[in-house]
Write a protein that binds this ligand. Structure first.
Ligand code: CP
Ligand code: NVA
Length: 306
């Protein structure tokens, strides 16, 4: 049966760990000798309904580094669900390429693509989650601390797609996850319900609070993301009034563990959710994290295409 990568919550802790171990090995191989041509003759179709720097280029380069190719399909080109139904796009593309990576607005659209495709489908971000980001985040944390187990991860800001996937990978792999978000910007309840189940078997502790200062106490990781995600642009001004107390600045960072790392999936809105001083300061790992998209996604691709 074909495999998809739609959510970290679909994978067991063992499979996630296996993918992370593979990512570490592929990164090492990449810098030592270059990767083996495992994707020779394979093409990844990349559907984008929204803009992207990291996801687009890292997937493209992951395929190229392993002797494969990638095809960018712009929003205007196929009009997913408008010019043609998602089910038809999925079935047509399944005859042309070897896997699909898609960035969509509505999560149900990625599920629909996966349902109708006979080839693997990878979620490159939806309004619900961002699993490829979480894999790169976990890889970055592993590089710094060796393991996620027992670490305290504090997410400051909007309970968005990035927060969902980060919470799930923490709960699966035994990291404690605390989110401080303003009222009305909580993580969606069904994602929290799932996380509680994963945490019950991994032993990780979850906390959902309002106070960012409380959240960063003893934190090994501080994570933040934009106040306004793609697709929510009409709310930008309203959100700018609500979120300033959730800015990750030097004062907040100084309240965490002394070896804390600061993470952001990027693109960052410097001066809003993250100050320049922190983004470019000694605790920041934001560019290592962005570069790790390449290595983490190679591991995902290998698992789906092997
Ligand atoms: N973090 C991330 O997914 O970046 P892009 O939107 O540039 O792909
Ligand atoms: N939460 C952000 C992540 C961007 C990579 C968004 O959805 O726009």
């Amino acid at each position: 049966m074909k495999k998809d990568f739609l959510a970290v919550s679909d994978y067991s802790p063992e499979s996630l760990q296996e993918m992370l171990d593979l990512a570490v090995a592929l990164k090492k191989e990449h810098f030592a000798s270059g990767n083996k041509p495992l994707f020779k003759g394979k093409v990844l179709g990349m559907i984008f309904q929204k803009p992207s720097l990291r996801t687009r280029i890292s997937f493209d380069m992951a395929m190229r580094h392993m002797a494969g190719d990638a095809l960018y399909i712009s929003p205007a080109e196929i009009g997913l669900g408008q010019r043609e139904s998602i089910a038809d796009v999925a079935r047509v593309l399944s005859g042309y390429v070897d896997a699909i990576m898609a960035r969509v607005f509505e999560h149900k659209h990625i599920l629909e693509l996966a349902k109708w495709s006979s080839i693997p489908v990878i979620n490159g971000l939806s309004d619900y989650n961002h699993p490829c980001q979480a894999m790169a985040d976990a890889l970055t944390i592993v590089e710094k601390f060796g393991d996620l187990k027992g670490l305290n991860v504090a997410y400051i800001g909007d309970g968005n797609n990035v927060a969902v996937s980060l919470m799930h990978i923490c709960a699966k792999l035994g990291a404690n996850f605390t989110i401080a978000s303003p009222e009305c910007y909580d993580i969606v309840p069904n994602a929290i319900e799932d996380a509680r189940k994963f945490a019950a078997s991994s032993g990780s502790k979850l906390a959902f609070i309002r106070d960012p200062h409380e959240a960063v106490k003893n934190a090994h990781v501080i994570y933040t993301d934009t106040w306004t995600s793609m697709g929510q642009e009409a709310e930008t001004e309203k959100r700018k009034l609500v979120f300033p107390p959730y800015q990750v600045n030097q004062k907040l960072v100084s309240e965490a563990d002394k070896d804390v790392i600061v993470m952001h999936c990027l693109p960052a809105h410097r001066g809003q959710e993250l100050t320049d001083e922190v983004a470019d300061g000694p605790h920041s790992v934001i560019f290592q994290q962005a570069h790790n998209r390449l290595h983490a996604q190679k591991a995902v691709l290998v698992k789906l295409l092997e």
